[in-house]
Ligand binder design. Structure first.
Ligand code: DC
Length: 290
């Protein structure tokens, strides 16, 4: 974050765990965000009837609250560098707890894609800001968002403070008003615990060595049939990491109160169970207070 001119002030006294209140979320499940299981209307409301079994896996909300009395959505903030496993973890946690999920990187990718489609330069702050202002839910479903060229351009637009400011309300809106059943949201990105949702109920920072992340990314790309070599993937990740960490606007960094999970030598299932345990415990504590 730019120390002289913060992008936003944490405001825990305001709306759900994420700063100032914003209008209700307009859309339903999409590629970059998903209501639980992608089928919000079919989700059982109470833990006893949940799909994944035990009540330690899913927690219920009190039964007879009116809309206004409903507890604030439970927010899980997950940050970390590229290919750290945070996206997979975020999806699995959302599924386990019946929360909606937003991959916030898709917002920056969508911004970059809009600039590229218009023949613009992603390094041009004015073009990037204009694109960020146009990003909406429909842009997040574009399969081209996953292209390497878009990823590289996303890392450029993400360094523009005005872009980050333009995308702030979208993310906070999601956390404050997750798609039905609206009990919680998992957001993953680079600045969720530090800027977007500074009072999130659970904050995780998922990381791994650059070499491990490069190997994982290489495997993913090869599984997609792409002829890539390790050195190129490593170089690409190293450059993106450097940009994400060095930028003034909301640099990649763990929040002081984030649980740091280094996945270098950890199996994805172990990481998931550890994170799920933390979320379940915190959910229980919060429900006691309501
Ligand atoms: O996670 P990803 O690879 O889809 O992210 C694309 C780019 O957007 C990456 O350079 C980091 C940036 N980003 C960001 O700055 N803040 C976020 N909350 C999410 C992503």
């Amino acid at each position: 974050m730019n120390a002289k001119k913060p992008l936003c002030l944490p405001s825990p006294a305001n709306e759900p765990n994420c700063g100032p209140g914003v209008p209700p979320w307009p859309g339903g499940p999409q590629t970059a965000w998903e209501a639980p299981g992608g089928r919000a209307q079919n989700l059982p409301r109470r833990a006893g009837a949940e799909r994944e079994g035990s009540s330690t896996q899913r927690e219920s909300l009190p039964r007879s609250r009116s809309r206004d009395e409903r507890p604030k959505p439970f927010v899980v903030a997950i940050d970390g560098p590229a290919a750290s496993g945070k996206g997979t973890l975020a999806r699995r946690l959302a599924e386990r707890f019946g929360f909606a999920h937003l991959d916030t990187g898709a917002l920056y990718r969508a911004t970059a894609l809009l600039v590229l489609d218009a023949g613009g330069d992603p390094g041009d702050p004015a073009a990037a800001e204009g694109a960020a202002r146009r990003v909406g839910p429909d842009h997040l479903a574009d399969p081209r968002l996953r292209a390497d060229e878009v990823a590289a351009a996303a890392s450029l637009v993400a360094a523009v403070p005005e872009v980050r400011r333009a995308l702030l309300a979208f993310q906070r809106n999601f956390a404050a008003h997750p798609p039905p059943p609206g009990r919680g949201a998992v957001l993953d990105g680079r600045d969720i615990g530090t800027v977007i949702c500074p009072t999130a109920d659970v904050k995780l920072f998922v990381t791994a060595s650059t070499e491990t992340r490069a190997s994982r990314r290489l495997k993913e790309l090869r599984e997609q049939g792409l002829a890539v070599i390790y050195q190129d993937v490593l170089q690409d990740l190293t450059q993106r990491d450097a940009r994400d960490r060095a930028r003034h606007a909301a640099p990649l960094a763990p929040a002081p109160d984030a649980e740091i999970i280094d996945t270098t030598t950890l199996d994805a299932d172990i990481v998931f169970e550890r994170a799920a345990h933390l979320v379940a415990r915190t959910l229980k504590e919060k429900e006691w207070q309501q």
